[in-house]
Design a protein around this ligand. Structure first.
Ligand code: PEP
Ligand code: MN
Length: 333
């Protein structure tokens, strides 16, 4: 981190500031120019309050030269992380194809969909039991009962399961869940992230509706700094001025996150577009730009789905997407 001091700062004021910075376990390199003084802060600057430093009377500007995230940072972990869950892997060349309904609705539904997506090549089953719905009057999910049905589908197919946790008080219900999803709306629920960091469970962390990639990585850092390194990042579209699609898929998140971090990056083209007819092309684009996986909503009867039917593929549509994604990945290597 570099702090540029204002013209006219006295040596006394400079040394006062330097002493204060040293109390934060930083070494300070002072470069005294004719016009300005530049302080180079050396050490772990992740705990320095940049805004506070910037607000001081004698400080002109403050710049970070290293990222504030450490554990998620590729600089300190050059090799891609491979996250393993229930016998399937994501990252470092392993592709995670996560498919299933938005919500678990019944035993018959989840088992049918699980068998169909497995047949089509999926290696994870998704299904929401606790649903974060915009309206309190909309279907809120089956809760603990939904998790039990997911476990039955896992038993029937062998597919590891991915499902969202909204409240840490329900963590006990997730003992046999393979990957815990943190939804977009909870990406910055820091208490939740810290608690999940104390578990060893793989976490699928979805990008918030209006969050930057750096904020996504800082949220991953919350989980990792508590000791859980099993984090999978998920881009699921962000809010922009465009209203034709449900969200705007930021595909550049894939190369950017790969550049900055060693964590696997999965794309969710279903929530990104909100329209089933747009899902396939965005899935192909995701495979082409190097995503480590896809999360796709699939329903056996989209027209009657209790949640997100409009963006859900039928099993046969999904089978075609899966086949073409596989072909694309072969071309890409
Ligand atoms: C979901 O995956 O079912 C979901 C609610 O997604 P998001 O948090 O991205 O909206
Ligand atoms: Mn959904």
């Amino acid at each position: 981190m570099i702090a540029i001091l204002k013209h006219g700062t006295t040596p006394d004021q400079t040394s006062h500031l330097v002493e204060w910075l040293k109390t934060m376990n930083l070494d300070v390199h002072i470069s005294q120019g004719q016009e300005v003084t530049i302080l180079g802060l050396i050490g772990d600057t992740s705990r320095v309050d940049m805004e506070l430093l910037n607000s001081l009377e004698i400080v002109e500007t403050v710049k970070r030269v290293s990222e504030p995230f450490k554990q998620a940072n590729r600089k300190f972990h050059p090799k891609d992380s491979v996250i393993e869950a229930g016998g399937s892997k994501i990252g470092g060349g392993y592709f995670g194809l996560i498919a299933g309904p938005c919500s678990v609705e019944s035993e018959e539904q989840i088992i049918q969909v699980a068998q169909a997506v497995k047949e089509a090549g999926a290696n994870f089953l998704r299904g929401g039991a606790f649903k974060p719905r915009t309206s309190p009057y909309a279907f809120q999910g089956m809760g603990g009962e939904g998790i039990k049905l997911l476990l039955k589908a896992k038993e029937a197919t062998g597919l590891p399961i991915v499902t969202e946790l909204m409240n840490i008080n329900t963590l006990d219900l997730f003992n046999d869940v393979d990957v815990i999803q943190v939804g977009a709306r909870n990406m910055q629920n820091f208490d939740l992230l810290k608690e999940l960091g104390k578990t060893k469970k793989p976490i699928l962390l979805k990008r918030g509706l209006a969050n930057t990639l750096q904020e996504l990585l800082m949220s991953a850092e919350y989980i990792m700094s508590e000791g859980n390194e099993n984090v999978i990042l998920c881009e699921r579209g962000i809010r922009t001025f465009e209203t034709y699609t449900r969200n705007t898929l930021d595909l550049s998140a894939v190369p950017v996150l790969h550049e900055l971090s060693h964590l696997p990056v999965v794309i969710d083209p279903s929530h990104a577009t909100g329209k089933s007819r747009l899902v396939a092309s965005m899935a192909y684009a995701s495979a082409a730009c190097g995503a480590d996986g896809l999360m796709i909503e699939v329903h056996n009867d989209p027209e009657h789905a209790l949640c997100d039917g409009a963006q859900s593929l039928t099993p046969s549509q999904f089978a075609e997407v899966s086949r073409k994604v596989q072909q694309l990945r072969e071309v890409m290597v």
